[in-house]
Structure formats: C-alpha cells, structure tokens
Design a protein around this ligand. Structure first.
Ligand code: KIV
Length: 291
C-alpha cells in the first residue's frame, strides 16, 4: 500500500471484479472531505465511500435518516477533488431513491454529474429493485447494501445483526442474488453472521464487501472516524480502532489555548517583520516618530 505518482491510475470496476476472481481482498473506507479523502487515497485504499454516515460522524445528526441530497453532494464534491486513484461511491440518502425509479435516477445522476462520483450505493433489496434497475439502465453503476441497513433500522427493530435465523439468512441470500441479477457491481453486507456472509459470498459472482460480517467477504469497509477514534458516541462491536485520535486532538487544542493565554504563542519564529526603512516611512506617514 502507499502510492507513488506513477501508480495513481484510477481503480476501475473491472479491477474490483478481478480482485474477487483472484481471491484478493478489496479495501474500502469512508471519507467525507478533502483532507480525509486525500489521506485515504494516498494510503492506496481501493474504494472510497462518501457514506451517509457523514450524518452522524460529521454533521451531528442522531441517525443517517435526516441527511439530504444537497448535504451528501456537498461532501462528495470535496472528496472527488482530492482523489486521483480510488473508485468513488456516493451513498444515496434516505428517500432519495424510494419515491419512484424516476426520482432515483435523477438523484443518482446528480452524484455523477455534479459531484464526480463513479457509482452510487443504496440500501435495500426486493423493495427497491425497480429503482436499482432504473439507475443501472441509465448507465450508473450501483453497489447494493443488505443486512443491517441503518436507514431502515427502526423497521429492523434497531441496530442489530441480521440473518441470524435460517429464514432471515435465506431471505438475505435471495436478495443478494436479486441484486446481482439486476446488475449491481458489488454488495455491502452489514452485520451479517460470518458463516451466512461467507455462504452468500460463495454464491455470487460479484464481490461482497463486509462490515461486521466476518473475514469471508471479498472485501471490508469501515468508517474513517471509527478506525481513527474520532467518533466516540457509539462504537459498534465490529470496529477496529487503529488510533485513538480524539484525546490526542483534545490535548493539542488545550495546549494551544493555554499557550495563547500564557503568552507562549506566538513565538518569534511565527512572526512576520517589516524592514526598518519601511517602518520609518510608515511612522512618518502615520505622524508618530516616537515609536
Ligand atoms: O454510510 C456508511 O458509512 C455506510 C458503510 C459503513 C457501509 O453505509
């Protein structure tokens, strides 16, 4: 991992598919703004998702339900400006694809035309099949999302694992096969028991990307703020924290405040100077030669 300028070619749909065929894992991570996207891209992650998780991690909403198309596009635009290599996916927010297939195509199109995304992701199976089909027919690649679908968590009776009974697991498999048949290029499986996710993965020719669904998926996705320890209000069991940044940032900002109050900042090296003769001319014009 880690890019040099020479390998900054754009990841393609074909390469994502080939990774499954070659049993190579696909890496995916969220990003929501220019600096985070630029770091994720430089690290060599294959796919960047501008997830509707931005609602909670960045915008302060209590769930993903409230985030709007305009808010999603605002973040997607910043991300696409930073990214040279990774495949970019914009997450369709709640109610942007359910109302009608026409509305779904219109909104999916905005992710591509206005925010330079390569594809869209949307949550759901059979119930949103008509919208998925219409978007794909319009020439826009779609990533599906099954299992725990946070936009409809209320219907699923909360944020809990899905597919834990034989009947639920069968339903998940049928939905995954349907999404593949509709033409989705990959499917996120969220909070699905590892054995069920592995079985679904083996039945599909398109890749599965797991989040809380074990190591048997073709790839993994996590949320940027979760792996870096930037969001501590709710950390799901499936998150691996690679850093605990929030307390580090907190300490740094406290140090800054204290330096300002105690006259330790700015120092000489942080200060600009005016040449002596220019200073004198300024004082003359100012009528204050005493300084
Ligand atoms: O919004 C999001 O971040 C997601 C992923 C975590 C799959 O949908």
């Amino acid at each position: 991992m880690g890019n040099t300028m020479s390998d900054l070619h754009k990841v393609t749909l074909q390469e994502i598919r080939q990774k499954k065929d070659a049993s190579q894992k696909i890496t995916m991570l969220t990003a929501y703004d220019y600096p985070s996207a630029s770091i994720v891209d430089e690290a060599g992650i294959d796919v960047i998702l501008v997830g509707d998780s931005v609602a909670m991690t960045v915008l302060g909403y209590t769930s993903t339900v409230a985030v709007t198309m305009d808010e999603m596009l605002h973040h997607c635009k910043a991300v696409s400006k930073a990214v040279h290599r990774a495949f970019l996916i914009g997450d369709m927010p709640f109610m942007s694809f359910q109302v009608s297939p026409e509305k779904a195509v219109e909104n999916a199109g905005r992710f591509i035309k206005e925010a330079s995304m390569d594809a869209v992701k949307l949550e759901g199976g059979k119930e949103v099949a008509a919208s998925i089909k219409a978007i794909i027919n319009a020439g826009i690649p779609v990533m599906g999302h099954l299992g725990l679908t946070p936009q409809t968590a209320t219907k699923l009776s909360g944020f809990k694992a899905q597919g834990k009974t034989a009947e639920e697991a069968r339903k998940l498999l049928n939905n995954a096969l349907l999404l593949q048949q509709l033409g989705c290029f990959a499917i996120v499986l969220e909070a699905v028991p590892a054995r069920v996710a592995e079985a679904i993965t083996s039945k599909l020719t398109i890749p599965t990307i797991g989040i809380g669904s074990g190591g048997g998926c073709d790839g993994q996705v996590l949320v940027y703020h979760d792996i870096l320890g930037l969001f501590d209000q709710f950390v799901p069991k499936f998150v691996k924290k690679y850093m605990d940044l929030r307390p580090m940032i907190l300490d740094a900002i406290k140090d800054y405040g204290s330096d300002v109050v105690n006259l330790r900042f700015p120092e000489e090296k942080h200060t600009y100077h005016i040449e002596e003769d220019e200073w004198r001319k300024f004082l003359e014009a100012f009528g204050d030669e005493e300084r």
